[in-house]
Design a protein around this ligand. Structure first.
Ligand code: ADP
Length: 866
């Protein structure tokens, strides 16, 4: 078939363009039309009646499969070749299913299309082209020599130095036969002018449009453009009779209408005539152009992708693009990456490769409103997927030539996405290698580069946005923390001032309050205390976040302290019908904890367990686990759904729809507990089974190396926010049904007093205090309160106090003034007073209980000894 008319059908303009340039590089093939979808393809097939239709499968409106079916039915003389992104096995099925004559995958287009077209049209031409008359006359040694065998037979060799074919020497015939029957690409030279002969494989793979012209020409004329490279090699072979070897040698062939960058691995070996003299040479060659160029492009893509993976900001992205693309100035002699400004009015040159700053072809800013700019960027903003600019020198002047000695005459412009909602973020301009066609693989390579830049810009902008959002959130969080801090301070002061006198009033034994008034004040007191607890928790948070939480880590008998804290809940759990198991065997070494904090940790966890457990037990245990003291608070309650567990320690998080004794709650308890545990260098976790119960596990390291030395021992200057066990237990009791509560005696006040921390030092080494008071509650209260740091002896009246003091002289006597038998200071006899003075024992009459309470809480537990 002399001229093959080809219709290109694809919805991508860039693909049509690159395929067109490929098709048109073949001298006998013409693109007779293009179609962007199936409907258009059918119309054009009917109108143009092409010999071959290259049919994309995935297209809008009507896909290629449907269009092929219609064309095969209505224009059966057209050959359809399906072109698809799919794997070749699927492509084959697709083609067979729609009755197409051939298929080619897009990834192999550059490699296979030519052959597929040839074989598709060859089917029809086979008869016409077939050897026809005279075929039988082909001599035996040329049979099976393919198309070249026929051509060689028909060629008029008499006009060449080889002379009439019938008279060729046997050595020449033999070698030509070897050449023709091989499937390896080969060419050979013979005779004084090194006359050129070759086989089918060589014609297909290497010769391009020099076939069949090259047959019988002088080798030097056939390969004139590379004779400087290969001529000396051939001469050497002819002279020495030794073979050459070249691997992936770059050669610029003129076989497609332009100088083409190609790579070949080949060997030249000598050929001998009948007399054994060197008469020519044989070249066995493998063309490696696709492999070499493919690997080079892959390298660029790989290094760009590796660099871009590390890039987080737009600047990182443009720097990486510059670095990577500078490396490949063969495929990309120069590139320009323009990014649009926020208002979309300008494009700013964000990076370049292969071109100097200030080069006229690389203006730093392009006004998009202006027509006739150096680069027609505006044309790409309307949704075009690419723009090929030809005749560069006429439009933008001289451009750099990159690796080559010839400057690019064409540039491909592609949009960079990554703007808001997928809008165009910029334009990528690539100067094209003047020695390669813009085929599918080259265009694909550049669009992959643009795609990588797009993805990286999108990610960088998303990252930037995320960072800004995170900064805004952090700012909001800081503002919230400051707000919490201010508000909690503001709440705390009036609350304390309200609760103080209220508790005074309530604690007076002889009160003029009516039972109803007392009840109501108790209600106020309870709720005030609850409010104070919440305010304190918020204050704790703000202190932790501001790094102002004043921790004082003290060596503590953690087992004793924890079991005391846990036991506070005993009455409440019993009332609720739950078993409280406390299992805290003494640890062999003390643990450094801030006691206020530890109290909050334990009480919060037990109070939660109580809140969410309706039957069964609550078990509190403490034991050594490696280098950690491990507290476990286990319950047989409602449990926590697995999806809630990752959020459990988030501030204000509450598991929805969990059955609990109360709906009260703020969701900050666990978040606070976790922060407090972290301040101890510890960590916490939870194990839970829905419907079966939960175990909260807190691990605190032994030793003190992980704690700042300034925070070990000592006292704190900020007011403590510890509220003791009372509010926790009182709150828990209110969650019980009324009848549960009224069935029982009220819990003794003493049980609810602050839990003293068991002494870590031996009793003998602690200062001794003698407490004399006729009020048992007061004695108990003071004993518990002071027991943490002192040895405390108690006496119910003055006489007993004196007796005890004689037996165990105290460092300090704390005495009520009004007492039975021997009352306070005023009624002690002079003799006894003298004894006290002589013993140099400080004597402090205790003020009324509430005032004492205040003074104790003001000084954060404990009166220092003089
Ligand atoms: P609050 O108890 O004020 O809601 P917390 O921070 O103490 O806040 O607890 C957060 C959430 O964790 C609770 O609302 C509850 O859903 C869940 N939770 C905590 N402890 C338990 C537990 N022992 N059993 C079941 N769920 C629990």
């Amino acid at each position: 078939m002399s001229n093959v008319q080809i219709l290109l059908v694809d919805d991508h303009e860039l693909f049509r363009r690159t395929t067109r340039s490929f098709v048109e590089s073949h001298p006998n093939w013409t693109v007779c039309g293009e179609a962007g979808d199936g409907i258009e393809a059918v119309e054009k097939a009917k109108k143009l009646r092409p010999n071959v239709i290259l049919m994309d499968i995935n297209m809008p409106r009507m896909d290629g499969a449907e269009a092929t079916r219609i064309i095969r039915r209505e224009v059966p003389e057209c050959n359809v070749i399906v072109v698809t992104q799919n794997h070749s096995s699927i492509a084959r099925q697709q083609a067979a299913a729609v009755g197409a004559q051939g298929f080619v995958t897009k990834s192999d287009l550059g490699k296979d299309l030519r052959q597929v077209i040839l074989s598709v049209i060859g089917v029809r031409d086979a008869k016409a082209v077939s050897l026809g008359e005279g075929h039988d006359a082909i001599p035996e040694w040329l049979r099976g020599g393919g198309a070249l065998g026929d051509l060689i037979y028909k060629f008029d060799w008499a006009k060449t130095p080889l002379g009439n074919i019938a008279e060729w020497p046997p050595s020449l015939k033999t070698i030509v036969r070897v050449l023709l029957t091989s499937r390896f690409a080969m060419w050979m030279s013979w005779g004084p002018e090194l006359t050129f002969l070759y086989n089918d494989a060589y014609a297909r793979m290497t010769l391009g449009n020099k076939h069949p012209w090259a047959l019988g020409k002088r080798s030097q004329d056939v390969w004139q453009e590379i004779w400087a490279d290969i001529g000396p090699r051939i001469s050497q072979v002819l002279k020495d009779g030794k073979a050459t070897w070249d691997e992936a040698l770059m050669l610029f062939l003129e076989r497609s209408g332009y100088r083409e960058e190609t790579y070949h691995t080949f060997s030249y070996s000598p050929l001998f005539d009948d007399k054994g003299k060197t008469a020519g040479h044989l070249c066995v060659v493998t063309e490696e152009t696709d492999r070499v160029i493919g690997e080079r492009r892959l390298d660029s893509l790989r290094s760009l992708s590796a660099e871009l993976n590390k890039a987080t900001t737009e600047d990182d992205v443009t720097l990486s693009v510059h670095r990577c693309l500078e490396e490949n100035q063969k495929d990309l002699p120069f590139t320009l990456t323009y990014l649009l400004t926020e208002d979309g009015q300008q494009a700013r040159l964000a990076c370049r490769s292969g071109i100097q700053e200030g080069h006229p072809a690389a203006p730093p800013v392009i006004e998009l409103g202006e027509a006739n700019g150096v680069w027609p960027l505006r044309d790409l903003l309307g949704g075009k997927d690419s723009l090929l600019m030809e005749g560069l020198s006429g439009r933008v002047g001289t451009v750099p030539s990159g690796f080559w000695d010839k400057e690019p005459s064409r540039a491909l412009l592609l949009p960079i996405s990554g703007g808001t909602q997928g809008a165009t973020a910029g334009i990528f301009v690539a100067g094209l290698n003047p020695f390669r066609p813009l085929d599918v693989s080259y265009a694909g390579f550049i669009s992959l580069i643009a795609g990588q830049i797009s993805a990286a810009i999108t990610n960088a902008r998303a990252y930037e946005l995320e960072k800004k959002r995170a900064e805004a959130l952090a700012e909001l969080d800081r503002a919230k923390t400051t707000f919490f801090s201010n508000v909690s301070h503001e709440f705390r002061t009036p609350l304390t001032l309200m609760l103080g006198p209220l508790q005074d009033l309530l604690s007076r034994s002889q009160t003029h309050l009516t039972p109803t008034a007392k009840q109501q004040l108790e209600l106020v007191n309870r709720n005030g205390a609850r409010l104070l607890r919440l305010v304190n928790t918020l204050l704790d948070f703000s202190r932790i976040e501001a790094g102002r939480y004043q921790a004082v880590y003290q060596a503590t008998d953690l087992a004793g302290f924890t079991s005391e804290l846990a036991s506070v809940f005993r009455s409440a759990t019993e009332r609720a019908g739950l078993k409280l198991i406390v299992d805290c065997p003494r640890l062999e070494e003390p643990v450094y904890v801030d006691r206020d904090m530890w109290e909050k940790v334990v009480l919060n966890l037990i109070s939660n367990a109580f809140k969410f457990t309706f039957e069964g037990e609550i078990a509190v245990s403490l034991e050594r686990a490696g280098n950690f003291a491990e507290l476990r608070v286990r319950d047989t309650g409602e449990g926590i759904p697995p999806e809630a567990i990752p959020h459990l320690f988030e501030r204000f998080y509450r598991v929805p729809n969990t059955r609990s004794r109360t709906h009260e709650g703020t969701g900050i308890g666990l978040a606070l507990v976790q922060e407090l545990v972290k301040l101890h260098g510890g960590f916490m976790r939870v194990e839970s089974t829905l419907g079966k119960g939960s175990t909260f596990i807190v691990s605190i390291p032994f030793g003190q190396d992980h704690l700042a030395s300034s925070q070990l021992g000592g006292a704190r200057s900020l007011a403590s926010t510890a509220v003791g066990a009372k509010p926790f237990v009182e709150e828990a009791l209110r969650w019980l049904p009324d009848d549960e509560n009224t069935k029982h005696e009220p819990i003794a006040e003493a049980e609810l007093l602050a839990v003293p921390c068991p002494p870590t030092a031996e009793a003998g080494s602690r200062p001794r205090i003698l407490v004399a008071d006729d009020n048992a509650d007061m004695r108990l209260y003071l004993a518990r309160l002071l027991g943490e740091q002192y040895q405390v002896d108690c006496a119910a009246d003055g006489q007993i106090a004196i007796d005890i003091a004689r037996k165990h002289p105290p460092n300090l006597i704390l005495s009520d003034v009004m007492m039975p038998n021997l009352d306070g200071f005023h009624s002690i006899s002079k003799r006894q007073r003298n004894w006290i003075m002589r013993s140099r024992i400080p004597f402090k009459p205790t003020p009324p209980a509430a005032a004492l309470d205040r003074s104790f809480s003001n000084s954060s537990r404990g009166i220092p000894l003089p």
